[in-house]
Design a protein around this ligand. Structure first.
Ligand SMILES: N[C@@H](CCC(=O)N[C@@H](CS)C(=O)NCC(=O)O)C(=O)O
Length: 313
């Protein structure tokens, strides 16, 4: 797939065909691929098979506080997704929009009660877990002010242990996916949180076997490996922690995932996901966009650097 270099302009195409199925007018995703909320959109696009062009905006890349960007998203955050003339922000609503638009009924059924059940998990992540992660991850791991106050970090860790415990109980009796037997868009934010849960250093993680099994189950999905579980330990301490975790999960093979998309910094990346396959059973195909295929030939130092980048929120 081609990499198109610099972004020309930020105006949504007026009067253009908004069909994202039309490869000549693919969805535009503005946001760095290592952002938690951008990854949700990348993941759902891969699951559904939606072609997109991604452009690097956000911390470390093109600024989001310019008048041009703020016109698209007054909060100055990523992702921003442009579908024809429709400019969207808020990752979870974007997931719902894309799944509904593409009639991905297995991921987001028409039935209102089922939709509500899916959305309650998404909202739970967006509110309760985001608060916990601010302390545990932004403050505790990235040492970012103002979240790095010791009280806030400790509270975040406690809250995180609590909410992941709730998730463990839910998955143990209602799993293996959040909605039971099938993968839905509820698993996207939840799956990203679970990745973060296992990646946070200096956290006394209780043994949550259903969450550990869920992590491995999601890892069977190529889209999760590309956009969700795509970090490696970035330091000796993290590496030790990771090894301990792997041992406790009784995983025999350790795969290192580092999407090539993380290499394409500062560039727009055209991506055409592999054709959609029925969900429920994960795809195992390794074909698809070359810009985000796993790369196992990269050195550990490069991988460690990318991991640190990928752990930024
Ligand atoms: N509620 C928003 C939150 C968006 C958000 O927090 N985005 C972060 C990245 S995950 C961001 O823009 N950070 C600043 C930056 O990257 O410059 C959503 O779900 O889309």
């Amino acid at each position: 797939m081609s990499e198109t270099g610099e972004t020309s302009n930020l105006n949504p195409k007026r009067g253009s065909d908004s069909s994202v199925k039309n490869a000549s007018n693919p969805l535009r995703i503005l946001g760095r691929a290592n952002s938690f909320n951008v990854r949700k959109v990348l993941w759902v696009c891969d699951e559904i098979g939606i072609p997109f062009v991604r452009e690097d905006f956000g911390r470390g890349f093109k600024p989001t506080d310019t008048p041009e960007f703020l016109k698209l998203n007054p909060t100055g955050q990523v992702p921003v997704v442009i579908d024809g003339t429709n400019v969207m922000r808020e990752s979870n609503t974007i997931l719902r929009y894309l799944a509904a638009k593409h009639r991905a009924m297995d991921l987001y059924p028409d039935d209102l009660a089922q939709r509500q059940a899916i959305e309650q998990w998404m909202d739970w992540v967006a509110y309760d877990i985001t608060h916990a992660l601010r302390g545990a991850f932004l403050g505790g791991q990235l040492k970012q002010a103002p979240w790095n106050h010791p009280w806030y970090v400790e509270q975040g860790k406690k809250d995180l242990i609590h909410v992941i415990g709730l998730l463990d109980g839910h998955l143990a009796s209602n799993g293996p996916y959040v909605m039971g037997k099938t993968f839905t868009i509820a698993d996207i934010p939840v799956g990203l949180v679970v990745n973060r849960w296992f990646m946070i250093a200096e956290l006394e993680r209780p043994d949550y076997p259903a969450v550990a099994a869920y992590y491995e189950l999601l890892t069977e999905r190529p889209a999760y490996r590309r956009h969700g579980r795509n970090g490696v330990p970035g330091s000796r301490r993290l590496a030790r922690d990771f090894q301990r975790r792997v041992a406790s999960l009784r995983v025999t093979t350790v795969m290192i995932y580092a999407p090539r998309e993380l290499r394409a910094e500062g560039q727009a990346v055209t991506h055409r996901p592999p054709p959609r396959q029925p969900t429920g059973s994960p795809r195992r195909s390794r074909t698809g966009c070359s810009s985000c295929r796993s790369d196992r030939s990269t050195s550990r130092t490069q991988l460690a650097t990318r991991f640190r980048q990928s752990q930024r929120p």
